[in-house]
Structure formats: C-alpha cells, structure tokens
Design a protein around this ligand. Structure first.
Ligand SMILES: *Cc1c(COP(=O)(O)O)cnc(C)c1O
Length: 453
C-alpha cells in the first residue's frame, strides 16, 4: 500500500453527476401525505415552496443527475475536497486499523452545506425567484446559503434558532457580511413564531420552529421560495458529490472502507458520503457497513418512532414517513446545534428500517474529547457536530483492535469548529453537561404528536 497522507483529485476528475439512491432502493420510500386528506401529495403541492427543478429531483427515480455547469464552476472553488489518511491519529491510538476522513470544512461556509446551497440557489435563480427564506441552527447552513444567494443575486432571509443566535454572534455577522438578513427564531414576524412566544417567551427555539417561520413567509409571495439545508431528498442528492469523490479517492489509496461513518442532524452529510458506497454494495456486492451517529439528547434514529409526522413544528410541511421524536419536541441545548432536529430524512429512515444502515447515539462530552484528540493529532479543530463521527470512528478502531481484526474506517469530517470556540471553552472548563433522553421522555414526546383529524 502506498503511503499518502492527502489523497487528492484534480478538477478534471471531479464527478459531474450526483447519485440518486431512489433508483436503487429495494423498498421505495412511502409517499408524503396531505395532512388533512391523508392522500399522497403530488409534486404540484410543493410548488408554492420550492422551484420545480428541485421538486423533480425530490421525486426522481433517475440514478444519476447531471450537475449544471454554473454549479460545477462554484464547486471548483473548493472541490474536489481532500481525503486524508489519519496517520497521526492512528499512531496515537496505537490502532492496527486504517482511518481515513473526507474533509468538507475547507470551503467558504466551513461545512458540507455549501454543496447543496450552491445548487439550490442556482435552481431558484433559473426559475426567476427573487428571494429565499430559510432556517439555520448553529449557523452553518445560513452561512452556506448567504454566499450562494449573494452570488446568484438573490435576497436571503434567515431564521436563526434563538439559542444559537445568542451563543454564536459570529455566525450572524458572517451571514450579514454575505448580505443576508438574520432574525432570531421564534420571532414576532410570523404567526408560527408568535404562537410559540405566547406559550414560552423564553423559548430557545428549534429547527422545527424556524422551518415553520421560513415557510410561512415563503408561501405568501410567488417570488419568494423556501430552502432547507438537510432532510429532503434533493438536498441529500446534492451531497452525494462527497461520496462520489471519496470512492475515487479510496481507489487511489488502493483501499476500501469496511465502515463509513457520518454524524446525523437531518441526514445530509451522512447520506452524502454513504449513499455512493451503498450503491456499490447493492449493485456490485461490495461489502461495507454504514454507520450514523446522533446525540443521545436527540435520539430520533435509536429511540424515535417510524411514523408519519410533520417536518416542522407548526405543521406546514406535508406528512413525511420518518423516524421522529415528534414535531413539537424541543431538544436540549447541546452545542452541536446542527444535530438538534426532531426527525430524520425519509430516505435514511426507510433504509434504517430495512437494515441497510446502522445508527448509534452518543453523549456530548465523549464526542468533544474525541474532537480534541483529533485536533491534537490531525491539526483540524472539528465542528461540534463532526465530533460525533470522530467518536464513533474511535469506537470502531478500538473494537477492531480488541477483536484482532484491523479494519479500514472512513468518516466524513463535515466541518471545522472555528466558529464554535465557546463550546470548546465550556468543555475545557468542565461546563459541558451530558444529557441523555430516557425511554420515558421519548414516549412522552411521541405521545404529544398531534396530527390533524
Ligand atoms: C448541519 C451540520 C451537520 C448535520 O446535518 P446533516 O444534515 O445531518 O448533515 C453536521 N455537521 C456539520 C458541520 C453541520 O454544519
């Protein structure tokens, strides 16, 4: 095996197509339903919220979808992204396994979210849209979308989850620099926000609430559309550029992963790296485990229920078949803000249910510990969200050593933590509490799910 630390692709080698897992899923996902009639909704029902091309991608059964040239041009600013062999981490662990990571933090937004932000802004622009509304948790998605909208000449209004707005002022200023307007959510600008504030004036907010607010504004104006940073099929589609590249890079490294790992908020970075490998498993029999990691304080995949639920807290989305903790659930204020979402994307949910992927939950302190070890060996300070993937990769290496079976481990380093310094500060001060949702709390949250009669 060649010893290379950084496995690069040239611009020419960058894949020109996204991969659509829907073409190859043994069980197709159940359809979204109209909340009142409970009938499957057609693509038209989404037209008030999304541009047509993205709706087509949402339901497409084509295996590959061409990446438009204008999107490729912006991808070229930072793609192909590097894949690293973590030699120094391996050495520190004393593991016999090989650990690789794909680094998605090396772009303007600092996370994988740029991959879909650019594509979404492009398709909206193509269809004559003037303004986009969106939500952001920790701020990575808002930053990603701010620059993409600015580039394509679109206005952007961001509803930022209150707890992050207060704890991460840097992200807000970054979005303002890219010319976006940022409002803390819940806000008084919308019916959905006012309702939450009436019940709890100190609400820390949630992604579910911020989504309701952004959608409410979008449906009032034909030139305004809404944009979501994860969960949906078209978002996951755009993120498959990560795995498409990683496949080529593993080939260059003359190696192949036994396990592919990603952290889990709504499913987009995990699916982005994992789905092209799942294709190789389904179509070409190349064996691989796909493992996703969520916070123990927001355990929709490991403790939630597979059912129809809303994607937002006010119930404005169609009903989606997914693992959920209930659309009204407000997760604990952990620092991995991007993982504080009550549900899971439809594609991941179906694949988890069918046993094609695995999920586990972790406490935040152990994940920060893993992230700090990673920074001290590999030199990159990871996003708090990415720490969950790192912690799981360490588990896999240790397990392999105990079993005496060295394995090849690949994880997605979804972003850097340069804007999350205060979370690390709290960790070093010993002020980062662990929180785990108990079975009883999950049952209580799920019992609160109220769907329209
Ligand atoms: C948003 C975010 C996540 C979680 O979202 P997914 O849709 O599950 O990928 C993970 N890591 C980083 C750095 C993020 O910004």
């Amino acid at each position: 095996m060649k010893k290379i630390t950084k496995i690069l692709l040239s611009e020419k080698e960058m894949p020109r197509q996204w991969y659509n897992i829907q073409a190859d899923m043994p069980n197709k996902p159940l359809p979204p339903l109209h909340p009142v009639t409970r009938e499957p909704i057609g693509p038209d029902a989404l037209a008030a919220v999304f541009p047509m091309e993205l709706i087509k991608q949402e339901v497409s059964q084509e295996r590959y979808i061409d990446i438009p040239e204008e999107v490729v041009d912006l991808y070229r600013m930072y793609r192909p992204s590097p894949l690293y062999r973590a030699y120094n981490l391996e050495k520190k662990l004393g593991t016999k396994s090989r650990i690789y990571y794909k680094y998605e933090g090396g772009n303007y937004s600092g996370s994988h979210k740029a991959n879909t932000a650019i594509a979404q802004a492009y398709y909206n622009k193509q269809e004559g849209i003037k303004r986009i509304t969106t939500e952001t948790g920790a701020g990575q998605w808002g930053s990603a979308m701010s620059f993409a909208c600015q580039h394509f000449g679109l206005e952007l209004l961001v509803f930022m989850v209150r707890v992050s707005y207060d704890s991460k002022p840097g992200r807000k200023i970054m979005m303002n620099s890219y010319n976006a307007k940022v409002v803390p959510s819940p806000s008084t600008m919308t019916e959905a926000g006012r309702k939450v504030l009436e019940a709890d004036p100190d609400s820390p907010g949630s992604l579910g609430i911020a989504i309701s607010e952004a959608m409410e504004i979008a449906i009032q104006d034909p030139y305004t559309k809404y944009s979501l940073g994860s969960v949906l099929n078209h978002v996951i589609l755009h993120q498959t550029i990560i795995g498409q590249e990683a496949l080529l890079q593993m080939e260059k490294a003359d190696d192949y992963p036994d396990v592919v790992i990603g952290c889990f908020g709504g499913g987009s970075n995990f699916s982005g790296i994992a789905f092209p490998f799942l294709r190789e498993k389904l179509l070409n029999g190349k064996n691989v485990r796909l493992l996703t990691v969520e916070p123990a304080s927001c355990p929709k995949l490991t403790k939630g229920k597979f059912m129809y639920d809303f994607g937002d807290s006010a119930g404005m989305t169609p009903l989606l078949p997914m693992y959920t903790l209930g659309h009204n659930f407000i997760p604990e204020k952990i620092h991995a803000g991007g993982l504080r979402y009550h549900g899971a994307g439809v594609l991941v949910s179906q694949l988890l249910k069918d046993g094609f992927i695995e999920a586990k939950a972790k406490l935040q302190r152990e994940c920060f510990e893993a992230g700090v070890l990673f920074s001290r060996t590999e030199g990159i300070l990871p996003a708090p969200e990415s720490n969950y993937a790192i912690a799981a990769a360490l588990d896999e290496a240790r397990k392999s050593d105990i079993e005496g079976v060295p394995r090849t481990i690949l994880f997605n380093l979804s972003g850097h933590g340069h804007m999350d310094i205060s979370a690390y500060e709290k960790y070093f001060e010993g002020n980062l509490p662990d929180h785990e949702m108990t079975e009883a709390e999950v049952e209580e949250a799920i019992a609160k799910i109220k769907l329209p009669d």
